[in-house]
Design a protein around this ligand. Structure first.
Ligand SMILES: C[S@@+](CC[C@H](N)C(=O)[O-])C[C@H]1O[C@@H](n2cnc3c(N)ncnc32)[C@H](O)[C@@H]1O
Length: 405
């Protein structure tokens, strides 16, 4: 028999399952398992477990999983917002379980609902019921309870899910031109116009805070490069070195000042008036109002940097943005686009890039782009990619774009 062909009899024998189960149980008892294995093996193991899980699932179980999938986000957000996660994490560190009755007093949530919520969190391995109605958080609860971890869940459950994702399905209809966001919120305003409205200041702050912390713990585009020799050689104090276009809270500009403390020249964050006014002051970073649908007003900067701007826009609008920058560019200027470049063949970052892409469609009728789509877009705008540098395992890249000769 061809050894590459797997038949049902090859895995039918109970031995395979028994030995696999024994091995998986052994892994389960390893402390800090994710640190006990190298990054590539870890990814491979997770993927393989997910594949096997999907093959083991029966139709009813699959239906349940798909149907209730939003509850992972909703229950996590609830456990964070009502201080349940912090109590579960404390129970883990102190070894004293937390009781439903105490949680009910603390959260003012009815006990019956709390029991279901805690059961659900147990089913997701966020906590364990160690005695009837007594719970202790797991290592996952610790991770979810880390500082700033509430930010993504607030952003997605409070803003993106009810506003954008909910309208995704209808946004695909052939006669529909609105985004999922416009359908879900029943508004003519685009996502950023809606956030810019002073009555939505709280949501705007949540969103911009999310932009600030979303890549916490993964490599930065500024790691392992000699920024000055690449982009700022000979720059004088009055030269503009870095323009952070649509920079939001200015986190990347702030990071640049910290990572390259001897950088000479100006660093400027540009954005719409609302987010700019609400953005914190950062030492060594200037703020300037600018709408990228009009011509760039800072001339001759070394870098015009765009992080997560192009995927908010259609090809036509991206071409317009690039054209709005060409007149400002001097011979040393470059455009740096910090975004996902989905590999044309490699599927390793697919899980992260595809969901993000669908989310961009729901919110803006925008999408993530594959490498060949980026090259085509730049070419259509009269630009070329001088370099595409990948800096994370999640598809994040810096595209250096310059006008074609
Ligand atoms: C996805 S966020 C990215 C923020 C920041 N670059 C980052 O990566 O964290 C998009 C940013 O573009 C800004 N923006 C949207 N439309 C704009 C426009 N027409 N002109 C300038 N900025 C705009 C938004 O206010 C927001 O800060």
């Amino acid at each position: 028999m061809d050894p590459g062909v797997r038949t049902s009899t090859a895995v039918d024998s109970g031995d395979v399952f028994d030995s696999l189960l024994t091995q998986l149980k052994a892994l389960d008892s390893v402390e800090n398992l994710r640190h006990a294995v190298g990054p590539e093996k870890r990814q491979e193991l997770m993927l393989q477990c997910q594949k096997v899980f999907a093959s083991l699932e029966a139709p009813f179980e699959l239906t349940q999983r798909v149907t209730y999938s939003p509850f992972l986000l909703i229950a996590t957000r609830t456990a964070q917002g009502y201080g349940i996660l912090s109590r579960l994490a404390r129970a883990r560190s102190s070894g004293v379980p937390c009781r439903i009755s105490e949680l009910a007093t603390h959260t003012q949530i009815e006990e019956g609902v709390l029991i279901s919520l805690l059961d659900y969190l147990c089913s997701q391995f966020i906590c364990e019921e160690v005695a009837p109605e007594e719970y202790v958080g797991t290592a996952t609860a610790d991770m979810l309870n880390a500082p700033a971890m509430e930010v993504p869940f607030q952003n997605f459950q409070d803003i993106i899910l009810p506003g954008g994702w909910i309208g995704f399905y209808r946004s695909l209809a052939p006669d529909e031109s609105r985004s999922g966001w416009q359908i879900g919120r029943n508004t003519q305003s685009t996502f950023y116009e809606w956030l810019d409205d002073p009555s939505h200041a709280v949501d705007s702050q949540k969103f911009h805070r999310f932009m600030e912390v979303q890549f916490k713990g993964i490599p930065s585009w500024l790691d392992d490069i000699d920024f000055i020799s690449m982009y700022a050689k000979g720059a004088k104090a009055n030269d503009v070195v870095f323009v952070d276009v649509g920079g939001g809270n200015g986190q990347e500009s702030g990071k640049l000042r910290v990572k390259v403390p001897n950088l000479v020249g100006k660093v400027v964050v540009q954005d719409l008036p609302g987010p700019l006014n609400r953005a914190p002051e950062i030492s060594g970073v200037e703020k300037m109002e600018y709408d990228y649908t009009g011509e760039q007003t800072i001339k001759g900067a070394r870098i015009y940097y765009f992080r997560q701007i192009f995927h908010n826009n259609s090809d036509k609008d991206c071409i317009a943005i690039l054209n709005n920058h060409r007149p400002a560019m001097a011979s040393e200027s470059v455009i740096l686009i910090d975004e996902k470049v989905v590999p044309d063949d490699d599927k390793s970052s697919q899980m992260y890039t595809s969901a993000l892409s669908l989310s961009m469609w729901a919110l803006f009728r925008g999408l993530e782009r594959k490498r060949r789509q980026w090259l085509k877009l730049l070419d259509q705008a009269g630009f070329e990619a001088r370099d595409i540098r990948k800096y994370t395992d999640f598809g994040d890249c810096i595209i250096t774009a310059v006008p074609k000769e």
